[in-house]
Design a protein around this ligand. Structure first.
Ligand code: NAD
Ligand code: TDX
Length: 332
């Protein structure tokens, strides 16, 4: 595998993956990204020009997708509408990009006989009780709660059907909540870090008891690369780093790491349908492919992320005011 098409490569996890691949392999990468509000070309600065090409375009554009897929060895599909809160305000773009976009890509991969890797989320499994001893596995039944997660679930089903019906050479991965550099300020951790920088009190939805299973974006990238290179065709791999934490603990940690009183935050209106807990059992990936996370210590990864946002104000500042204005309208 020498050339990759990475969709959504100007977004948070896609851009981290592009940096990771260009640093750790000899592969060349073409990014296809529409540059929606969530895409940022500044996340792709400093890459080796001889191995990197950027194409602005929509994954629903069948002609463009066909020509790009024809020219590479494999497709890694990150592009999506990714934010739950947005999906509650206006679901339509989620159906278009996550369902029709995925369909457009797998049709092109089928036609040209190309290897395909589909990036998905643990949210397709719905949520767990706080005291449930079980975690999500590859066998857990799908039960998505939000417009976002239901469109991701639909896209997973399409990929699996194309494997079975058409022999598409695809793998899938479902990962837990990512954190790290280049994450949009609408998301929980960067929103609170940049709020503290701006002297705004962090905003916790509801009581803050909801649990997320945090993984550093670099660990997600190393797992995807392992699956792309050594994963079994047709298989799904869950990606997680045993990082369960409730939102209240994360906010308190951010505040104390940034020199503030740990209770200097506000409770705001809860997210409708808010999933209570996600937790990933990733032993299939670890046993079969020998993958291990490098950022085993969440506190250290979070401290590094806080430092990144402090040092890259020019990257996030242009999005901050509009993002907070939108949240304010929603009482959040
Ligand atoms: P993001 O919102 O930061 O980035 C999405 C990117 O896709 C943006 O660059 C955007 O411009 C691009 N895009 C959107 N619609 C497009 C279209 N129609 N055509 C071309 N490009 C388009 O998202 P993210 O958080 O980096 O998530 C990337 C992928 O990882 C998604 O598939 C998401 O479901 C999945 N995922 C995310 C997390 C997480 O914690 N953020 C966890 C597990 C899985
Ligand atoms: O201001 C906030 N306050 C707050 O308490 C925000 C923005 C969020 N929250 C809560 C909601 C969630 O319980 O924090 C948690 C994390 O929220 P998000 O960052 O919006 O992530 P989540 O909804 O868990 O989904 C994320 O992980 C799975 C990604 O956005 C998805 O793309 C991915 O599939």
């Amino acid at each position: 595998m020498k050339t990759l098409l990475v969709t959504g490569g100007a977004g948070f996890i896609g851009s981290n993956f592009v940096h990771y691949v260009l640093e750790h392999t000899e592969m060349s990468v073409t990014v296809l990204d529409k540059l929606t509000y969530a895409g940022n070309l500044a996340s792709l600065e400093g890459l080796p020009a001889e191995r990197f090409t950027f194409v602005r375009g929509d994954i629903c554009d069948a002609g463009l997708v066909d020509s790009l897929v024809a020219g590479v060895d494999a497709v890694v599909h990150y592009a999506a509408e990714s934010h739950n809160d947005n999906s509650l305000q206006d679901p339509r773009p989620f159906l278009e990009t996550n369902i029709i976009g995925t369909y457009t890509l797998i049709e092109a991969a089928r036609k040209h006989g190309k290897r395909f890797h589909h990036i998905s989320t643990d949210e397709v499994y719905g949520d767990l009780e706080l005291d449930d001893p079980q975690r999500f596995t590859e066998e857990t039944a799908y039960a998505p709660s939000s417009p976002y997660s239901s469109t991701k679930a639909g896209s997973d089903m399409l990929v699996r059907a194309w494997v079975r019906s058409f022999g598409l050479a695809a793998t899938l991965s479902n990962c837990s909540n990512n954190y790290g550099p280049y994450q949009h300020v609408e998301k929980f951790i960067p929103r609170q870090i940049t709020n503290v920088i701006d002297g705004i009190r962090p905003k916790l939805y509801g009581a803050g008891e909801n649990v997320r299973d945090w993984i550093h974006a670099d660990d997600h990238s190393s797992a995807v690369l392992a699956i792309l290179e050594r994963g079994r065709i047709g298989e799904t791999y869950l990606i997680g780093a045993d990082g369960e934490k409730n939102n209240k603990d994360v906010v308190e940690l951010i505040l104390s790491m940034m020199g503030q009183a740990p209770d200097a935050y506000d409770h705001v209106i809860d997210r409708p349908g808010h999933d209570l807990r996600y937790a990933i059992e990733s032993s299939k990936l670890r046993t079969e492919l020998g993958w291990e996370p490098e950022f085993a210590n969440f506190d250290a990864g979070l401290a590094e992320t806080i430092k990144w946002y402090r040092e890259h104000e020019g990257w996030w500042r242009p999005q901050k005011a509009a993002t907070e204005a939108k949240y304010k309208e929603q009482g959040q």
